[in-house]
Design a protein around this ligand. Structure first.
Ligand SMILES: Cc1cc2nc3c(=O)[nH]c(=O)nc-3n(C[C@H](O)[C@H](O)[C@H](O)COP(=O)(O)OP(=O)(O)OC[C@H]3O[C@@H](n4cnc5c(N)ncnc54)[C@H](O)[C@@H]3O)c2cc1C
Length: 381
């Protein structure tokens, strides 16, 4: 009956040695950074910080040295990531490239693409966004309509992508689109992925403001954009298989349960050393859940390191993790109402979390979709 398991992650003394190093770096880099600024988590960007991370060898950590990587383990990478997230460092500029675009190019890209792009990502100087969702295609990615039509020397692209996070501040998008019209029963056939330079003529990036009035989303319109044949990633028509292989990277990391970690820390600070019994129980429960999620998420890192495909486990980690990320502001809000004494800083961090929490269970695959994947894995669907 049990269709999947979470094996304990292997012990990693090297990773623990690295922890001391990254903590020292973060303490110095983030000195004086307010709790509110730290609450931005992986949504906040600072190219200067990304370059420093690159110089320390903390981007592209697991990639081969010949592509600018550092040939370290997935668990070493995990330690860097969780420390950076827990500290609330502004790592958003290099984040998507490090997490999924680089690994995708490493796995499916041409030698030319790897050599020209990966060292720049690892240096913290080259930023990527994800071109999957469209106005009528979010959860149902197979409904993608953006089309790349083969022409002399390459492809001509027309279509619109939406919710493209930080496209206005990135160098490249990994475009997921149709290279053949859908015919027959296989809706997943005829999809391909392209490496697209966002400065190409015919690409228009328009801002979309979120609930908090901030600009990170975009609509990206492609009008007769010519892509040279060398932009194709992997095999023509193999886009579906390739894109789904990105998802374990996208769904299992500590960013899927630490988005409101800074708020939890501020909550504990505000409750002080003599919390009410109710507050102590609530805070203890949230902390215990973080510990369990970390255990599950590190297990997925171990599976990735062993070359397995833990897509199912990753879906479960993301669903449980985003549920917790959303619960933290809710519990924090109720505890304030019950009489604790918030500071201005606590209230600012709480307000920030409340405005963003609804998106946690949408980005990277909605709750219902993830539960569908888990149900299928358990054989109940
Ligand atoms: C903060 C944030 C950042 C994002 N960044 C990017 C990005 O950089 N690049 C990118 O390509 N996209 C991005 N997205 C888009 C995101 O991946 C999509 O919003 C998501 O896939 C859902 O698609 P949709 O909005 O079209 O909703 P829909 O697919 O229309 O879903 C609407 C509702 O119906 C439910 N639903 C849909 N299908 C089913 C089903 N089969 N069974 C049960 N329930 C179902 C969903 O769970 C949801 O509750 C981002 C979204 C957010 C919130």
């Amino acid at each position: 009956m049990v269709a999947f398991a979470f094996a304990p992650p292997p012990a990693s003394p090297e990773a623990e040695r690295l922890r001391a190093e990254i903590r020292e770096f973060l303490a110095s880099e983030l000195r004086g950074r307010s709790a509110r600024a730290r609450a931005g988590s992986w949504g906040s960007r600072d190219p200067e910080f990304s370059r420093k991370m690159g110089a320390r060898g903390w981007i592209g950590m697991t990639w081969p040295k010949r592509y600018g990587g550092h040939e370290r383990t997935a668990l070493e990478r995990y330690v860097v990531l969780e420390e950076v997230l827990a500290a609330g460092a502004p790592m958003g500029a290099h984040w998507v490239a490090d997490r999924q675009s680089g690994p995708l190019l490493l796995r499916f890209g041409t030698e030319e693409q790897r050599q020209s792009i990966l060292p720049r990502i690892a240096a913290g100087e080259c930023y990527f966004c994800i071109g999957m969702s469209e106005p009528d295609s979010g959860s149902d990615l197979a409904a993608t309509r953006t089309r790349a039509v083969p022409v002399q020397g390459g492809f001509l692209v027309n279509g619109t992508k939406i919710w493209t996070s930080n496209a206005h501040q990135c160098h490249y998008v990994i475009l997921f689109c149709r290279t053949e019209l859908a015919t027959g029963a296989d809706r997943h056939a005829g999809m391909s992925q392209f490496l697209v330079d966002l400065s190409l003529p015919g690409i228009t990036i328009r801002p979309i403001r979120d609930l908090a009035g901030e600009h990170h989303f975009n609509e990206v319109v492609f009008e007769d954009v010519f892509l040279p044949a060398s932009s194709l990633i992997g095999a023509l028509g193999a886009g579906w298989r390739q894109v789904t292989s990105e998802l374990a990277y996208e769904r299992s990391g500590p960013e899927r349960f630490l988005s409101t970690y800074v708020l939890l820390v501020e909550l504990l600070r505000a409750l002080g050393s003599q919390p009410s019994e109710r507050a102590a129980i609530a805070a203890g429960r949230l902390t215990a859940h973080i510990i369990i999620l970390r255990r599950l998420s590190r297990s997925v890192a171990g599976m990735l390191q062993a070359g397995e495909d833990p897509a199912l486990q990753a879906a479960l980690v993301k669903d449980l993790g985003t549920t917790l990320e959303q619960e933290i502001p809710e519990v924090a809000r109720l505890l304030i109402e019950s009489g604790s004494r918030p500071t201005d800083s606590y209230e600012a961090v709480l307000a920030h979390a409340i405005m963003r929490a609804p998106s946690f269970s949408i980005r990277g695959g909605t709750r219902e979709i993830l539960r569908g994947i888990v149900a299928r894995g358990l054989g109940v669907r």
